[in-house]
Write a new protein. Structure first.
Length: 330
């Protein structure tokens, strides 16, 4: 068995964590011989839930767990972290605007950015999940001065996964045969799913998705379903997506660590992108991964409609950044 790695998870007493932690403990992400130090971080009122979770983890007898630490202090929880998964944030309630949510959550990611910078390994890979996720990831990156910005990614994989699932049902084809579908921009209702590079792979033959589904459906109903999917789940379950969100975190990290053959959606720092997205935003781009690093796909030619949607997302994220940075001014 390999020496333990340290995986820190904030919001560890919450909804998504309850799915995610079990799957990590089975070895699905890091391998069946990779032992784990789990650092579980939440806030004071959630401590009893966290203690209950730890009792359950103990009773599951996961042979990969070396040590579990639980804490409300990110400066303790992120110590020597190899991976940090930032789920912890306040949910948006009905009466809150996006600005209210930024006001509540940006300070969390400012402190956590500072803590990561001070105590995590410099090579730590960070996946930010808590909403508004793109701007929270940007805030984390701004304050994590010792951590390269490339190490901090916002989860937009669930948006991609949701669109793949819609396409799979529309085409009545297995989802694993559908490739190169991804989202641009913000994890919000403005997100844009791009099918123009997508294809169906069957018997080594690639058929462009644009030949299989009509243009009107792609730019209309399909986009709307994807934009509203999270809300629909929330209405039915009374809680936001958890199992699928945990699954998307694992997909994102598997791509990042083990590499990809096709494009995947990742919310990454926009510096040096070829699509006219201003620098210093965390933006969902089509990415490929190799040897533990991601790259923005460079050879794509967004059509006019796609460019318009990229611009819409840029404007939204510039406004989020303005609000967050203004609020956090020292
Ligand atoms: P829950 O409300 O079930 O859990 C959140 C947990 O975070 C709670 O236990 C809370 O006590 C804790 N927390 C709050 N402030 C904290 C802090 N400062 N430090 C550490 N922990 C803190 O939410 P859950 O359903 O697990 O969702 C977590 C986050 O993911 C939410 O912000 C949610 O909006 C976001 N999502 C993001 C998605 C994405 O694709 N990026 C999809 C799923 C999800 O909606």
């Amino acid at each position: 068995q390999k020496e333990p790695i340290t995986v820190a998870i904030t919001g560890a007493a919450g909804n998504i964590a309850y799915s995610l932690i079990y799957r990590i403990c089975t070895g699905e992400l890091f391998g069946n011989d990779q032992t784990l130090n789990l650092n579980l971080i939440d806030i004071e009122p959630a401590l009893p839930i966290l203690e209950g979770l730890i009792m359950e983890l103990e009773d599951s007898n996961f042979h990969l767990i070396n040590k579990i630490l639980f804490t409300i202090d990110p400066f303790e929880g992120f110590r020597d972290a190899d991976y940090a998964i930032l789920l912890g944030a306040f949910p948006r309630n009905k009466n809150q605007t996006r600005k209210d949510l930024l006001g509540k959550n940006s300070p969390i990611f400012k402190i956590q950015g500072k803590a990561l910078s001070l105590v995590a390994k410099r090579t730590v890979k960070v996946v930010v999940v808590g909403n508004p996720v793109n701007t929270n990831a940007l805030v984390t990156a701004k304050y994590a001065e010792n951590i390269p910005k490339e190490n901090i990614v916002a989860l937009t994989r669930l948006d991609m996964n949701r669109s793949l699932s819609q396409l799979s049902r529309k085409l009545t084809k297995n989802v694993s045969n559908i490739k190169n579908v991804f989202t641009w921009g913000n994890h919000s209702a403005s997100q844009f799913v791009d099918l123009s590079n997508g294809y169906l792979l069957e018997n080594s033959k690639k058929t462009p998705l644009t030949e299989l589904v009509d243009e009107e459906w792609i730019s209309g109903e399909f986009q709307k379903i994807n934009q509203m999917r999270g809300k629909e789940v929330l209405l039915k379950r009374g809680k936001s997506s958890a199992g699928s969100a945990a699954n998307a975190v694992l997909d994102c990290l598997k791509s990042w660590i083990y590499g990809t053959e096709t494009y995947v959606s990742m919310g990454v720092i926009s510096d040096n992108n070829p699509y006219n997205v201003p620098e210093n935003l965390i933006f969902s781009f089509p990415c490929t991964c190799k040897n533990g690093t991601w790259k923005i796909a460079k050879d794509l030619k967004p059509n006019e409609f796609c460019k318009k949607m990229i611009k819409k997302n840029v404007d939204e994220l510039l406004e989020e950044r303005r609000i967050a940075f203004e609020l956090l001014k020292d």
